[in-house]
Design a protein around this ligand. Structure first.
Ligand SMILES: [Zn+2]
Length: 221
């Protein structure tokens, strides 16, 4: 069960996303070398890590800092609103995916990145969170429609005019989901999707924000 730091590093550097079958096998996002592993990351042997290199890349995440996050596949996943594809349990450091996603690697990749970025959002710090929020306020002023995922889009549609100014809970939830959907658009390796409804000029501005804010270079979870 011993882990080889060298092969671990190799997996991290590629930043490749796991397929649904792999995440079942891996059981956790990899922590950085030098960080102390917890129980969740001891279940991977070096041969499994090495074999990950031979699978075709689906997308590329920035290098990740932080303790492991457990990945689980569940049947009939639901939250208080009904059936869901996935859910991030921040305090428990785990992400649960619905078993049906395993049949759709592209959708899995998109949702995987979205859920990982819920952890990133939490560690982003107020200056960058406020900066992203300011970007979205600017979009609202420019009457930008659409989003980069349904999770952000339905929240955007249900916003009332005073929400951004008052920084209501509805607005803050929208900002967070927008951040995660934008990350999925950028890093999942899914270039086109029916849920990408935001006009190109706004997409470009968001990409620029991710780059200027250093989120594209390194993320903490
Ligand atoms: Zn979300």
């Amino acid at each position: 069960m011993g882990r080889s730091p060298a092969s671990d590093k190799k997996v991290r550097r590629t930043g490749r996303l796991p397929t649904p079958a792999e995440s079942r096998r891996i059981g956790a996002l990899r922590p950085p070398s030098g960080s102390r592993g917890t129980r969740a990351d001891r279940g991977v042997c070096p041969t499994e890590l090495a074999s990950l290199q031979s699978v075709r890349p689906a997308g590329h995440l920035p290098p990740i800092d932080g303790q492991p996050v457990r990945l689980e596949i569940r049947r009939g996943l639901a939250d208080r609103r009904g059936e869901v594809h996935a859910g991030a349990f921040i305090r428990e450091r785990r992400i649960a995916f619905d078993a049906e996603l395993a049949a759709d690697p592209q959708e899995f990749a998109r949702i995987f990145v979205h859920e990982v970025f819920h952890f990133v959002w939490l560690r982003l710090g107020n200056p960058r969170r406020w900066s992203y929020e300011a970007l979205l306020r600017e979009e609202m002023r420019s009457r930008a429609r659409g989003e980069l995922g349904w999770s952000a889009e339905w929240r955007k549609r249900s916003l009332a005019a005073p929400d951004p100014g008052r920084r209501t809970r509805r607005w803050r939830e929208y900002v967070c989901e927008s951040f995660c959907d934008t990350a999925a658009w950028m890093f999942s390796g899914v270039p086109a999707h029916g849920e990408y409804t935001l006009a190109l000029r706004f997409c470009k501005r968001r990409r620029q924000w991710f780059e200027e804010s250093d989120v594209s270079n390194r993320i903490s979870i």
